[in-house]
Design a protein around this ligand. Structure first.
Ligand code: NAD
Length: 257
C-alpha cells in the first residue's frame, strides 16, 4: 500500500449533515473525490446543486431530508439506520449543520437560544451517540468530525447561544474521544475561521465589520468551503488514526493573533 493511500476514503461511507450548501457541500465534494459515498442530511427538500456537482465528479450521494432543529434522539438513530440500509454500513459522521442567531445579549430571546442549542449541540451529541453505537456494532472503528468555530475559543458579540453551543462542541469532542478511543473511533472537530458562506452573509454585508475582520486575518482573505474540505478528509482518513479529541483551527491564522 502506497503511503498516500492512508489519506484515501476509498470504499468508506460518510453521513454528513447540512449538505445543500456551504461547508457541508464542500466536505461532501471532497469526500466523494477521496472515494467515499456520502449520505447528506438537510432540511432542504432537494439538494439539487450538491447532487449535480457530485454527479459531475462521478460520485455517489444520497440525500435525506430532516429538520435537525426538531429531530429527536430516536429520529437521529433512524438516520443512521437509513445510511446502513442504503450503503450497508457507516464509517464517518460529519456534524456540520449549524445555525447562528444574532441579537443583543440583554434582549436575547428564548427562541434564539433554544433553536441554536438544538441543532448545534443536542443534535451533534445524539447523532454522534447514534453513529458511535453503529461503529461499536460494526467493530471496525469509525470517525466523528464536528464543525466547531472560533467561538469555541472566544466569546463573540451578539451571538451568545452560538458561542455556548460551539464551546460545548469542543468540550463534548473531548468527552466522546475519551470514551470511544478504545473502540478505534476517532472523535475530533474542525474550528473554521471566517468563511464566505450563508452563515456569514450578514457580517460580510456590514462593510465596517467585514473590513475589521479581514484586517485581522493573517492569510488576508476569508476562507472557502474548500479550505475546510482538506482537513475534513484528513481527519476522516487512516492517516489521522492517532488524533483523538482535538479541535483543529482552520482559520487563516485568526487564533494566532
Ligand atoms: P450555511 O448556512 O451556508 O450552511 C448550513 C447548512 O446546514 C445548509 O446546508 C443548511 O441547509 C443546513 N441546515 C440549516 N438548518 C438546518 C436544519 N434545521 N436542519 C437540517 N439542515 C439545516 O453555513 P456554513 O457556513 O456552511 O456552516 C456550516 C457549519 O460551519 C455550521 O455548523 C457553522 O456554525 C460552522 N461554521 C461556519 C463558519 C463560517 O464562517 N461560515 C465559521 C465557523 C463555523
Amino acid at each position: 500500500m502506497a503511503y498516500i493511500d492512508k489519506f484515501s476514503l476509498k470504499g468508506k461511507v460518510a453521513l454528513v449533515t447540512g449538505t445543500s450548501t456551504g461547508l457541508g457541500q464542500g466536505i461532501t465534494l471532497a469526500y466523494v473525490q477521496a472515494g467515499a459515498k456520502v449520505v447528506g442530511v438537510d432540511y432542504m427538500a432537494t439538494q439539487e446543486d450538491t447532487q449535480t456537482k457530485v454527479k459531475a465528479l462521478g460520485g455517489e450521494f444520497y440525500p435525506l431530508q430532516a429538520d435537525l432543529i426538531k429531530a429527536t434522539p430516536s429520529d437521529l438513530v433512524k438516520l443512521v439506520e437509513k445510511v446502513v440500509e442504503v450503503y450497508g454500513k457507516l464509517d464517518i459522521l460529519v456534524n456540520n449543520a449549524g445555525i447562528i442567531k444574532r441579537q443583543d445579549l440583554l434582549e436575547f430571546s428564548k427562541d434564539n437560544w433554544d433553536s441554536v442549542m438544538a441543532i448545534n449541540l443536542d443534535t451533534v451529541f445524539f447523532l454522534s451517540q447514534a453513529a458511535a453505537n453503529q461503529f461499536v456494532k460494526q467493530g471496525q472503528g469509525g470517525k466523528i468530525i464536528s464543525i466547531a468555530s472560533m467561538l469555541s475559543y472566544q466569546g463573540g458579540i451578539r451571538v451568545p447561544s452560538y458561542t455556548a453551543s460551539k464551546s460545548a462542541v469542543k468540550g463534548i469532542t473531548m468527552a466522546f474521544a475519551n470514551e470511544l478511543a478504545k473502540y478505534n473511533i476517532n472523535v475530533n472537530a474542525i474550528a473554521p475561521g471566517y468563511m464566505a458562506t450563508n452563515n456569514t452573509q450578514a457580517l460580510r454585508d456590514d462593510e465596517s465589520r467585514a473590513g475589521q475582520i479581514l484586517e485581522r486575518i493573517p492569510a488576508g482573505r476569508w476562507g472557502t468551503p474548500d479550505d475546510v474540505a482538506g482537513p475534513a478528509v484528513f481527519l476522516a482518513s487512516e492517516a489521522a488514526s492517532y488524533i483523538n479529541g482535538f479541535t483543529l483551527a482552520v482559520d487563516g491564522g485568526w487564533l494566532s493573533r
